[in-house]
Design a binder for this molecule. Structure first.
Ligand SMILES: [Fe+2]
Length: 254
């Protein structure tokens, strides 16, 4: 089985569509799943949720999804300075104001975690676990600099064994590491990368009896279209520059 894993779309419809075109063009993915954070920061929250529904793409709840769905007091995002905090609050308020009740309902219905058994559940075999942050909260950042010990404890808590794959997003920076035989895969971000590369990111995970293969992909999309739409909206203009620079123009705020 080969899975296309798409995460942190953040209401960026042009980025999502470009990724879906790439997946379709390759034609080698057996299934597509999302890893949450469908909304926030860009002006197409309802359209992104509808597109995933149209394509029957299932997935898990990111912090932005669960906080919007429950009208929480903030988006569960981390910010490193007062400007980021202010912009983050503006994005959250804008999103709460602009999503439909149907979108909220769909976001609220997302599961926290999905376990897949690529070789079937009728026999022992590898498991692919999908979460947004970590196994306890969708707000925890599993960054590339986390220690092997941290990942081992995370894997044990999940119940992962050698040969299993644990996939998550939330940090908007893709990476892949194997610790004690378990694969830890951060799927990066479709619609709001933070690693200095503006292109939309997603990951292909192949699991078969011979083992696991992980391919991190970056896809060009109509970023200027997204920039124009943000500038034409009442969202903070900083988010447009953020997309153009792949997150380099503003260091954090997820
Ligand atoms: Fe996110």
């Amino acid at each position: 089985m080969r899975y296309a894993l798409i995460s942190d779309i953040h209401a960026n419809l042009p980025a999502l569509d470009a990724v879906l075109v790439d997946i379709d063009r390759r034609g080698d993915a057996d299934a597509i799943y999302h890893l949450g954070d469908l909304v926030g920061y860009a002006p197409w929250p309802d359209d992104v949720v509808t597109r995933l529904e149209e394509r029957a793409i299932a997935g898990v709840a990111g912090n932005y999804d669960s906080t919007v769905a429950t009208n929480y007091k903030h988006c569960g995002c981390r910010y490193e300075d007062p400007l980021q905090e202010e912009l983050s609050h503006k994005s959250y308020a804008w999103t709460l104001e602009h999503v439909s009740e149907e979108t909220k309902r769909r976001l609220g219905a997302l599961p926290f975690r999905i376990d897949l058994r690529p070789l079937g559940g009728h026999a022992s075999g590898p498991t692919l676990t999908l979460i947004h942050g970590n196994q306890i909260l969708n707000t925890v950042y599993v960054t590339e600099d986390r220690s092997d010990d941290f990942l081992t404890k995370m894997g044990q808590s999940i119940g992962a064994r050698p040969g299993d794959v644990v996939a998550f997003g939330h940090t908007h920076k893709p990476w892949h590491r194997i610790v004690d035989g378990t694969h830890y895969v951060n799927t990066g971000s479709v619609g709001r990368p933070k690693d200095g590369d503006w292109r939309a990111g997603y990951v292909l995970v192949s699991i078969d009896p011979s083992g696991v293969r992980v391919e991190i992909r970056r896809i060009e999309y109509d970023v200027e279209g997204a920039v124009s739409a943000i500038l034409d909206s009442t969202l903070p203009h900083e988010f447009a520059h953020y997309l153009r620079s792949g997150g380099a123009s503003l260091s954090a705020a997820v």
